[in-house]
Design a protein around this ligand. Structure first.
Ligand SMILES: *Cc1c(COP(=O)(O)O)cnc(C)c1O
Ligand SMILES: [Zn+2]
Length: 421
């Protein structure tokens, strides 16, 4: 059962009944789901969770929706992988990767959509919609297809081919908007006032956002019921970043883990870094940017939860970094070569920022760290396709192959630049 009790304004604390609304009528602050932790305590235990399914529905009692309305495509409980080779490359003793590339639509967005669509059905919506940088659209379309709901997804017109086809294949009404994500979001906010649709990240955003807590729950459970020393998390709107931390705190509140001392570090692309830039300037108030980066999934210039992400960094003694397009590509390749995970550009941002955070001393080599890899690489192949080694091209003949192999090995053994002399 669900222990959600009300919606509460994050600014003035006023409470509202659970409804498809997202901002406070008095101060325009964002609304967040409030729970009855008193009633949860003792009823949600390590044992009751461990007895659940190997999906995010093992935390059904902690989600703000009636699980009877769920559209289950097998999201969550993804691997937490010890990453010794990457740890050595970046200079850490203990590193874990939370591999969310293996979700049903290959990104962590399946978590937030799982909760949003269940809540939307519970409210009686017959159509689901979203403003998306790509991954969210893919997930909304897949869940809508599985449930038989009508679906309308809105994306900027410069997305990667894999993300466009990755929505279109489910046969939604797919709308490409001439503009940035921030333009798409503004349009959808307007549309949500006249169309009777559940926009997962607008009018049902308070419920949607709660789905990201399951990443915190899983990491704590998979570490043997404890929180790590540091987390490195990619940031677009900043919501995921804040909710991972909230997940640890709630587990502590329920007595499932000790009070967490986890330091939260955010990762952005240099070409869209409003949150990181504000953190480095020592302010909680970011200045919106016009994105220009290959990390399209993170290209939100006016992040809805930027202020709260900055507060989370301050409260936890964490920080933020940013990575150039070149560093993002290097990050993707380093992760693939050391740990066997092919991530999209957001994962490249995370790995590049992780490396810089250790280099600068912001994260110490002794600090047990979890890096969140939130989306899969086949969706953004164009980011690295010009930067990987060409295959050996040979006819099907042993001697030609052997010659080509010897040649490739000779070239690899030469010091860089030697061939030019
Ligand atoms: C959406 C997204 C994020 C960040 O999400 P926010 O909650 O908006 O900060 C991170 N990684 C990937 C791959 C995403 O698609
Ligand atoms: Zn308020």
């Amino acid at each position: 059962m669900s222990f959600d009790r009300a919606l509460r304004c994050r600014e003035c604390g006023r409470e509202y009944p659970l409804a498809p609304i997202f901002s406070c009528e008095f101060c325009f602050g964002p609304l967040e789901v409030a729970y009855d932790y008193e009633a949860m305590r003792g009823r949600i235990t390590r044992e009751s969770i461990a007895a659940g399914p190997a999906t995010l529905w093992r935390y059904a009692d902690l989600l703000p929706c009636d699980a009877a309305y769920r559209v289950d495509i097998g999201t969550g409980f993804t691997p937490l992988q010890r990453a010794d080779r990457l740890a050595e490359a970046v200079g850490l003793r203990t590193l874990w990767l939370k591999n969310d590339t293996v979700n049903p639509t290959w990104s962590f967005k399946d978590r937030v959509v799982s909760v949003a669509i269940a809540r939307a059905r519970q409210f009686g919506f017959e159509a689901i919609a979203c403003a998306s940088t790509g991954n969210l659209a893919n997930s909304v379309c897949a869940h809508a297809a599985r449930s038989g709901m009508e679906v309308y997804v809105f994306i900027p017109d410069d997305l990667e081919h894999g993300k466009v086809v990755g929505s279109a294949v489910y046969h939604p009404t797919l709308v490409m908007v001439d503009g940035t994500y921030d333009d798409v979001n503004r349009l959808c906010t307007e549309l949500s006032q006249s169309y009777p649709w559940a926009f997962v990240n607008i009018n049902v955003r308070p419920y949607y956002a709660e789905g990201s807590r399951t990443l915190g729950f899983e990491v704590a459970e998979q570490l043997g019921w404890r929180a790590p020393g540091a987390c490195v998390v990619p940031m677009a709107s900043g919501s995921l970043f804040t909710k991972i931390r909230k997940g640890f705190s709630e587990f502590a509140e329920l007595g499932l883990i000790e009070e967490p001392a986890t330091r939260m570090f955010g990762a952005q692309a240099s070409g869209c870094s409003p949150i990181t830039t504000a953190h480095q300037a020592g302010t909680l108030n970011f200045v919106p940017q016009k994105p220009d980066t290959i990390a399209r999934s993170l290209a939100i210039g006016n992040p809805a939860d930027g202020y709260y992400a900055l507060k989370t960094m301050q409260e936890t003694g964490g920080g933020a970094e940013m990575a150039t397009d070149e560093e993002i590509v290097e990050g993707i390749k380093l992760l693939a070569e050391t740990e066997g995970i092919f991530s999209e550009t957001a994962g490249g941002v995370t790995v590049a920022c992780l490396r810089k955070l250790v280099e600068s001393g912001a994260i110490s080599p002794e600090e047990e760290t979890v890096a969140f890899i939130t989306g899969a690489g086949l969706k953004t192949v164009e980011a690295v396709s010009g930067d990987v080694a060409d295959p050996l091209r040979v006819p099907a003949r042993t001697e030609v192959f052997s010659e080509a192999l010897a040649e490739r090995r000779r070239a690899a053994a030469e010091p860089a630049g030697a061939g030019a002399r």
